[in-house]
Each structure stands twice: as C-alpha cells, then as structure tokens.
Design a protein around this ligand. Structure first.
Ligand code: G3I
Length: 348
C-alpha cells in the first residue's frame, strides 16, 4: 500500500499544509514534498503582509511559497484576501486620518464606504491578477461570522461591516471573480462551522449570497478541532448542508488539539505527553478521515494548519493559557517529524 498521504487520498481530495517561507527548506520541505500536494501560506499572504501601507505591495515572502508550489507541482490555496485580523489600520482611516467607524454624518459615511470599497477592490484586484495562474482556491473572506456579535444575523462587527454592511463581502467575491481564472474556486472560510448557532448563521449568509448571484464556489471549514469536539455528526451535517446548496467544501486549517478550550492544563513539554494521548488522538483521526472519505464527492481538499508538532499556533495558545509553559501536538507528524499513531490511522 502507498504510504504518502497525498497518494493515499489521491482519488478523494488534495492533502495540504500551511507553511511559513522558512519551512520550505530543511525537514519540513522534505515532508511537504513527500506527503502533500497542496500548500497554503500560514501568514504571509494576509493583508498586513501583502499591503502594509496603501499602495505598497510586498510580495517577496508570498512569492517564495508560490515558487515552491510550482516547482513541486502542488496546488496552492490563497489565505486570505479579506480578514478583520492582521489587516493594517490604514484601510479604515479616512483621508484626514480619522477612524471611519467614528463618522456620524450620513454623507461622509457614504463617502467613507465608497473609499473603503475602492481600497478593497484595489487590494483584491492587484493580488488576484498577480497570482491568477498559481492559485486554484481563494479564501476571499475569512471569519465574517461572529455568533457573539449580538446582531440577529451573527455578522461580525468588524470595521469592514461597520463601514460597508455586507457589501464588502459581495464586492470581494465579485472582484476576485473578475480577475481569477475561470476554473479557480472562491471560498468563504470560517471556524466552528460545525456547531450551532454559528453553522446556521453561516448557512443563512451563504444562501443569501448564492440567491443574490454572488460568485461563491465553496465553504472553507477551518476545522480547528479537539479530540472530543465537535461530534462526527455535526461535522458531517455541516458538509452536507453546504453541499446541498450546490457548493464545494474544503477542510482548510485542520488540527486536532489534545485539549479542550481554553487549553488548560497543558503538558509542559513534548516529552511529558503520554503515548496514550497519541493513541486517543489516532482514534479521532481515524474516524475523521473515514468520514471525509465517505463524503469525498463533497470535499475537494483537506489542509492541515502546519506540518509537524514542532510548529503550530496551538503551542502559542498552550503557553498563553498555562503561564508560559505548555505544548500541544495536533498533527500526524511529531515534533521531530516522525510519524505518529495518527498518521497510521489515516493511512490504513
Ligand atoms: O512576525 C512577527 C515577528 O516579527 C515577531 O517577533 C513576533 C512576536 O510575537 O510576532 C510575529 O508575528 C506573529 C505571526 O503569527 C507570525 O509568526 C504574530 O505575533 C502572531 O499573532 C501570528 O499568529 C498567527 C495568527 O493566525 C494571527 O491571528 C498564526 O501564526 C496563524 O497560525 C494564525 O492562523 C489563523 C488563520 O489565519 C485563520 N484561522 C485561525 C488560525 C489560527 O489562529
């Protein structure tokens, strides 16, 4: 039987990993070439990295990932054109340098809205034109739902929303569609897409976009999940819901934390994690990939939010919630790039 992850799932979906440019050489690079046929940038394609100042586009780091993907014939997802986080402040300042969200005059508010939509268009257009031949899937908007926002549609009250309503979402998709390759896919990406009430908020928004003729192709499910949460039924239902709208699904940021939320208490070092935890995690990975495979006509790609346990945002979270000492172990390769029980679980 083949032992490369991408080879194992080649009849079902792509297998991807999130990377920083420095990971492309050395051990991560070797694992990437051997086991993965798709990539996404963990940070360097976010707005703050691509256009830190208005009109000053910096593609150097992003280009390294594009080049590696091309050279190794890998698919590339773009993460992310529009987001409320890791976005430079200048987007939301008016010509006088005031916060647009503070504006109360209706006429000026309308002007601000047009200015912001124009900036959004320029941002999206410049990136999509540059990478149109390299990117097969675009995260057009990321995390626009916030179940705690307190409005009846669960729309995140980011500056994007406060200044433009939901127009920023529509303009982002329309602009991406205008400049992307015709067969590229445009995604709305979010976390906790499996759990209520967020799932329904997202569904209602996506349904509205589809009805309005907004060019959206699929839903990206980040899948920052835990060993016992959410349930397999919740995961399956959410894939089916969006597929029933005629949309593609991608798993875009998969990691399986050993902990609940918040991640406390956490193991202080990697060596302190007992083997039984890895076995418990392997059962989860086994069930998860069995489900993904069963739904493979509705899922076109499964991307891990990293490669091996030595580099994961969850380690930062584990530290943060445990007085600076704590590690997580969310992937199928351990902190020295050896395969874990979770690897065998998804191969077999
Ligand atoms: O680059 C600077 C470095 O110069 C500085 O010394 C260092 C000090 O803290 O920070 C570095 O920037 C960090 C950056 O990652 C690159 O390592 C930021 O502080 C840190 O906040 C940032 O975290 C990223 C996070 O998004 C930002 O919100 C994580 O790496 C990244 O994994 C995470 O990814 C997100 C997805 O985009 C969206 N879905 C959730 C997912 C996990 O939070």
């Amino acid at each position: 039987a083949p032992v490369e992850l991408d080879e194992r799932y080649k009849d079902s979906f792509d297998i991807g990993a999130a990377v920083e440019p420095h990971m492309l050489n050395g051990k991560d690079g070797q694992v990437l070439k051997r086991h993965f046929n798709s990539l996404v940038a963990e940070n360097v394609m976010k707005p703050i990295n691509i256009q830190p100042e208005e009109g000053k586009f910096t593609f150097k780091e992003a280009d390294k990932i594009v080049k590696f993907a091309k050279k190794n014939k890998m698919e590339l997802r773009f993460h992310t054109l529009i987001w409320h986080s890791q976005v430079p402040e200048w987007f939301f300042l008016d010509k006088e340098g005031n916060q647009m969200v503070d504006e109360t005059d209706p006429k000026q508010r309308e002007k601000n809205k047009q200015l912001l939509l124009k900036r959004l268009e320029t941002h999206v257009k410049t990136i999509v034109k540059r990478y149109k031949n390299d990117i097969t899937s675009w995260d057009v908007v990321n995390e626009v739902i916030d179940e705690y926002a307190g409005n009846d549609k669960g729309l995140r009250e980011s500056p994007w929303y406060q200044i433009t309503g939901t127009d920023y979402i529509k303009v982002a998709f329309e602009t991406a569609d205008k400049y992307a390759k015709k067969d590229a896919k445009l995604f709305i990406n979010d976390y906790n897409t499996e759990v209520e009430p967020k799932r329904t908020y997202l569904y209602n928004l996506v349904e509205e976009l589809v009805e309005d003729g907004v060019p959206i192709d699929g839903v990206g499910h980040q899948a920052h999940i835990q060993i016992g949460w959410p349930t397999l039924t919740e995961i399956e239902d959410s894939i089916n819901m969006f597929a029933d709208l005629g949309l593609d699904n991608q798993i875009t940021e998969l990691d399986v934390s050993l902990y609940g939320w918040p991640p406390r208490p956490a193991y202080p070092t990697y060596d302190a994690i007992p083997e039984s935890e890895f076995e418990r995690q392997a059962v989860r990975y086994d069930q998860l990939f069995e489900l993904y495979e069963k739904l493979d006509d509705k899922i076109s790609s499964v991307t891990f939010w990293g490669v091996a346990d030595n580099h994961t945002w969850l380690n930062d979270r584990a530290e943060e919630y445990n007085d600076g000492v704590g590690v997580d172990a969310p992937f199928v390769f351990d902190n020295e790039y050896n395969v874990k029980p979770s690897y065998w679980a998804i191969i077999d």
